[in-house]
Design a protein around this ligand. Structure first.
Ligand SMILES: Nc1nc2c(c(=O)[nH]1)N[C@H]1C(S)=C(S)[C@@H](COP(=O)(O)OP(=O)(O)OC[C@H]3O[C@@H](n4cnc5c(=O)[nH]c(N)nc54)[C@H](O)[C@@H]3O)O[C@H]1N2
Ligand SMILES: Nc1nc2c(c(=O)[nH]1)N[C@H]1C(S)=C(S)[C@@H](COP(=O)(O)OP(=O)(O)OC[C@H]3O[C@@H](n4cnc5c(=O)[nH]c(N)nc54)[C@H](O)[C@@H]3O)O[C@H]1N2
Ligand code: SF4
Ligand SMILES: [Mo]
Length: 756
């Protein structure tokens, strides 16, 4: 039977931009994807990954049934009930014998893209009661969470550039033309940059690599990797020295005087040599920022996955504040969450307990991903012996992933929730695959707060799930119930119902809440949705920034309204709301938080040390490795999609042409790259995009290992950049991994990798 294609609206789950897609489906297959012109947020923009959504969804190597490890070492498909029973046995055995801390949790980047995961992570952590919680936050944005937590009292109060109204945008360590924005939900960045420049605004990019974003900028400053904190401090220094700073209201901001004093030693002249940027250029950056009618400073992975990640993240918002741009149109503004805003925000928590082996302080209840391997390898009480791995591939995503891979092989038990048998999940005893992308709903929980407009959107599943196949929410709920001791047969709906009850009890019980005194049962009755997880989403939406608060707000939305309008509802541009956001103890923006102050001597030492080493021997001392992203790739997991392969989507070592010549290396030649942690043989790509002394590799490659099932990816495996990155070095305040400015040696040819 031939069926007609039907067209559906779906938010793209592949990156943070959240574009609306128009998806044609025929016979349960995606046959065509376009940008949805009627999407209130993205207005038709789409990138090659979104276009390839069907190929990603229909990759024949995505798993459709749960897999359980067999005595011969291979995997066999089993029923869902059998798989959950095996998980209960495996995790139960370890927890009984070795206690709660022996079972670790690691969740990866799709936690912000797949709604079924964030609905349960918090309760899962709670019922597990383990200290061994890890996530991709500590290989990504934890420094920003820490700086925002300290400055604004809320780790997710992260201001975003109000790009549609700004006159000046200073970007450091980000390549949003390729990544499509991060901690900044902003579809069609290319179009928005064009509009910015067309209205006379300026884009300035600070990046050791001449990126695509730098290509379209008015100015590109190629600083030396790892020196952003020094550069930004010199900007702060200049603002004060030249009287360019905006006077701040002491009733709103605390610590301005201390910031000024701290910036004293970081003059443009003091840092110029180490940053590789002339003092005049540095002063120019500060003057332009101050002179612009409105401006925003934005920094991302090149500055957070770095040794001074938290200090740099803090300086970004210090600059936004000192130039009068924090919380004003055209400046750096706070987005609004489309989920429950009536509940109190989680304050920043630091150092309530410490990791067993290296004594790292927990940050927001997590330990650094960089410490997982040793927590598995080191015997003793609290040793990690089992792992619940949700949507993560730390073998390719965490520092010294190769060491971690050895550790994973030694676990007593591992369960993975993942569609692929990849470099990490091949070590699992049980793999629980989520349903197809088009069988899943989409609702942005974390990302809506980081969006450049106030928009409410929800995408229902485009297809019913295949018979007997659980939703990702049901998988996570059943796992949570197993971890709580309720057993493999417990009912997910009961868990959701209990969570709804708890949320409602809190909102009707809170004095001052618009719902104070209402009957929770009556409110619960009003929730709609196809299943209990959807009813939870309805509750979130109703209590969110754009919600109807159960009928109290006439123009507010709920799930039923958004189901009717999948193209979204636009509530307009961002609005100033600093007073609502600030949740510090003092009630003020803390411009000079004590933990940050405590890390500044380390920065001063770094500056002194680098100045001593001097220009001369810096070039001789090897190379500094930095990362990059390719437009047609998402971290480690889309390389199995033929439609996205080839072109610029390759794993090559970019090296400056002069350095390549000096080493006698040509395009396509093999080179051996060595770091403290390990070595790889990569293919060289001489280029003038990186300066002398800098080399660049993308991460997420290193496929083709035994036992993985990503045949297409294995044809162009690339190398694991995280064989080179060092798990022993982290940003001390956040525990974040350091992927940029990693010292490496490069030599021509295929060296002996065993020497490392
Ligand atoms: N050297 C270096 N390393 C880096 C980076 C870098 O720039 N340089 N970047 C870091 C950053 S920012 C990040 S976020 C991390 C990412 O690292 P991770 O979060 O550990 O891993 P990803 O490569 O994003 O892989 C995501 C996993 O989730 C699975 N998956 C995809 N969609 C779904 C879904 O809907 N449900 C479930 N259950 N699983 C799904 C995929 O198959 C894959 O196994 O890597 C970090 N590592
Ligand atoms: N196409 C695509 N899009 C993605 C992803 C993907 O894999 N592919 N991954 C998603 C994820 S998980 C994330 S977190 C975001 C990340 O989003 P971005 O942060 O925009 O991504 P990157 O391209 O890693 O940008 C980091 C930049 O920092 C530069 N850099 C390196 N070292 C330094 C330094 O010391 N100082 C400065 N100033 N710059 C430095 C690098 O050259 C690079 O241009 O992208 C998301 N979007
Ligand atoms: S930019 Fe991101 S959200 Fe938009 S289509 Fe591409 S991958 Fe999807
Ligand atoms: Mo990320």
């Amino acid at each position: 039977m031939v069926t007609e294609a039907t067209t559906h609206h779906r938010i793209c789950p592949l990156c943070e931009a959240g574009c609306g897609l128009s998806v044609d489906i025929e016979d349960r297959r995606v046959v065509r994807v376009r940008g949805a012109r009627d999407d209130v947020f993205s207005k038709g923009y789409v990138c090659p990954k979104g276009i390839a959504l069907g190929e990603i969804d229909q990759d024949p190597e995505r798993c459709h049934a749960p897999l359980v490890r067999q005595p011969d070492g291979g995997f066999a498909e089993v029923t869902w009930d059998e798989a959950f029973a095996e998980v209960a046995r495996g995790l139960g055995r370890v927890a009984e014998k070795h206690g709660k801390d022996a079972v670790a949790l690691y969740y990866g980047n799709p936690v912000i893209h797949a709604v079924g995961i964030p609905l349960y992570v918090a309760v899962m952590r709670q019922v597990m009661g383990t200290r061994n919680v890890f996530s991709s936050s500590t290989v990504d944005q934890m420094p920003k969470n820490v700086s925002s937590g300290l400055m604004f009292g809320d780790p997710w109060a992260i201001p975003v550039p109000d790009i549609d109204r700004t006159d000046h945008l200073l970007v450091l360590g980000a390549n949003p033309l390729v990544s499509n924005g991060s901690l900044w939900t902003v579809p069609d960045l290319p179009g928005r940059v064009r509009a910015l420049r067309a209205r006379g605004g300026r884009l300035v990019v600070v990046d050791p690599r001449r990126t695509r974003t730098a290509d379209v900028a008015d100015q590109h400053v190629a600083l030396r990797p790892g020196t952003d904190a020094l550069l930004l401090f010199a900007l702060v220094h200049t603002l004060f020295e030249e009287g360019l700073h905006t006077p701040l209201d002491p009733a709103v901001f605390a610590g301005e005087r201390q910031v000024r004093a701290a910036a004293e030693e970081f003059s443009p002249e003091a840092v110029a040599g180490v940053c590789g940027v002339a003092p005049d250029t540095i002063r120019g950056l500060a003057r332009d920022l101050a002179a612009a009618r409105s401006a925003a400073v934005y920094a991302r992975l090149g500055t957070t996955a770095a040794a001074f990640g938290t200090v740099t993240s803090w300086l970004v918002d210090v600059l936004n504040a000192l130039t009068g741009n924090l919380d004003r149109p055209g400046g750096a503004m706070f987005g609004e969450a489309q989920h429950n805003v009536l509940r109190p925000t989680e304050p920043l928590r630091l150092g309530r307990w410490h990791s067993r082996v290296r004594g790292f302080p927990e940050v927001l209840g997590e330990f650094p991903a960089a410490t997982l391997a040793e927590e598995i390898d080191t015997p003793g009480e609290g040793q990690v012996r089992a792992l619940v791995a949700v949507a993560c591939n730390p073998v390719l995503g965490a520092p010294n992933g190769e060491r971690l891979e050895h550790s994973l092989a030694n676990l007593d038990f591992m369960v993975a929730v993942d569609p692929y048998v990849n470099e990490t999940t091949r070590h699992a005893d049980v793999i629980l695959p989520p349903p197809r992308l088009v069988e899943s709903e989409h609702f942005d929980i974390v990302l809506s707060r980081l969006a450049v407009r106030r928009v409410a959107r929800y995408s229902p599943p485009l297809l019913p799930r295949e018979q007997g196949r659980p939703s990702e929410a049901q998988i996570l709920a059943r796992l949570t119930l197993i971890l709580s001791g309720a057993g493999p047969g417990a009912d997910p709906a009961a868990l959701d119902s209990a969570i709804i009850d708890k949320t409602l009890a809190a909102v009707v019980g809170a004095p001052g809440s618009p719902l104070a005194g209402r009957d929770p049962a009556e409110l619960k009755e009003q929730l709609t949705g196809e299943d209990s997880a959807e009813r939870r989403i309805d509750l979130m939406i109703r209590l969110g920034a754009f919600g109807d608060v159960f009928g109290l707000r006439a123009d507010g939305v709920n799930l039923a309204v958004l189901r009717e309008r999948p193209q979204g509802v636009d509530f307009g541009p961002l609005r100033p709301r600093l007073a609502e956001v600030v949740g510090t103890e003092s009630g003020k923006v803390e411009l000079f938080p004590e933990p940050v102050a405590g890390d500044l001597p380390r920065l001063a030492e770094f500056l002194a040390g680098e100045r001593d080493r001097g220009e001369r021997d810096r070039g001789e001392a090897g190379f500094l490795l930095v990362g990059r992203r390719n437009l047609r790739s998402v971290n480690s997991w889309t390389h199995n999609t033929a439609a996205l392969s080839g072109g610029s989507n390759r794993c090559t070592l970019e090296i400056n042409v002069a350095d390549a010549r000096r080493l006698g290396v040509g395009a396509g030649d093999e080179v051996t790259v060595r770091g403290r942690a390990g070595a790889v043989v990569a293919v060289a790509e001489p280029t003038d995009r990186v300066g002398p002394g800098v080399v660049c590799l993308p991460h997420g490659w290193g496929h083709g290992r035994d036992g993985t099932r990503m045949t297409y990816a294995a044809k162009s495996p690339g190398v694991n950049m995280n064989a080179l990155t060092d798990e022993l070095v982290v940003d001390p305040l956040s525990g974040n991994a350091v992927f940029n400015a990693v010292p490496v040696q490069v030599s021509p040819g295929r060296g002996d990798l065993r020497q490392c």
